[in-house]
Ligand binder design. Structure first.
Ligand code: ADP
Ligand code: ADP
Ligand code: ZN
Length: 222
């Protein structure tokens, strides 16, 4: 098998984006976030952005066909040949099957699926205090990981903003969507012997360490 394909699974706010950005530094493979791709389309006001907007505002999933098409186009680029860290995709069984098909077409498979476990109350606490850099996408938290200067990114000095869907009502609905549509993937990847559970309520560094351990272990076994 060539390439390491990591699928980060977990509820909204479990730290997928935070951890993916850290894993990039160590693994050297790109971080592909379906949420970031959609937000890019939104900011560019493309047809796909206009389609995705109403779903994202409500905290519902964008339909599988357009989501799969968008992510497949991204991971078929040369920089993903040696592997990829997927964050927020797949989110349905249909998406998981599409990913499997696309990878097998190029002699790859999903290497490991860390499930980052975080309780519902912690999710709400984290997401309502989340701030994101407009320029580079760095993720902050007003309570746990505030920027040095208020409203300003430590990395690039860009402005920080709050995502429109990080309000308490939409967060509740995103959690509901996660349990209904995404949690079946836990059984799906468990049955394929790819699932590794990680306690996501530990400090960021500790979670990273356990993720790296799980990834290295899975690479050895593959
Ligand atoms: P979070 O990181 O907080 O879980 P994301 O940035 O991953 O949120 O996703 C934001 C929104 O983008 C989702 O609520 C959904 O509307 C849409 N979205 C992202 N990824 C997918 C996907 N794989 N399938 C369908 N919709 C998605
Ligand atoms: P996701 O991509 O799964 O939605 P994020 O990585 O955006 O999650 O993290 C959600 C929020 O929680 C952010 O404000 C982030 O700074 C914060 N966060 C991430 N990991 C931890 C952690 N281990 N402990 C406390 N806060 C965290
Ligand atoms: Zn920045």
């Amino acid at each position: 098998m060539n390439g390491t394909v990591v699928v980060l699974l977990g509820p909204p706010g479990s730290g997928k984006g935070t951890q993916a950005q850290r894993l990039v530094e160590v693994l050297g493979t790109p971080h592909v976030s379906s949420g970031d791709l959609f937000r890019h389309h939104l900011s560019e006001d493309t047809d796909l952005g206009q389609l995705a907007k109403s779903y994202m505002e409500k905290g519902e999933l964008v339909p599988d066909d357009v989501t799969v098409k968008m992510v497949m186009e991204r991971i078929s680029r040369p920089d993903c040949e040696e592997g990829v860290i997927l964050d927020g995709f797949p989110r349905t069984l249909t998406q998981a099957e599409a990913l499997k098909g696309a990878l097998s077409g190029r002699g790859q498979e999903v290497t490991v699926v860390p499930l980052i476990r975080v309780g519902d109350e912690e999710v709400v606490r984290r997401l309502t205090a989340r701030r994101v850099c407009k320029e580079c996408g760095a993720v902050y938290n007003l309570a746990f990981n505030p920027p040095e200067e208020e409203g300003e990114c430590d990395v690039c000095g860009g402005d920080l903003y709050q995502r429109e869907d990080d309000n308490p009502e939409t967060v509740q609905h995103r959690l509901y969507t996660y349990y209904k549509e995404t949690s079946p993937l836990i059984g799906y990847y468990f049955a394929q012997d790819r699932l590794v559970e990680v306690d996501g309520e530990q400090p960021v560094e500790q979670v990273s360490e356990e993720l790296l351990e799980a990834i290295h272990e899975a690479k050895r076994a593959s």
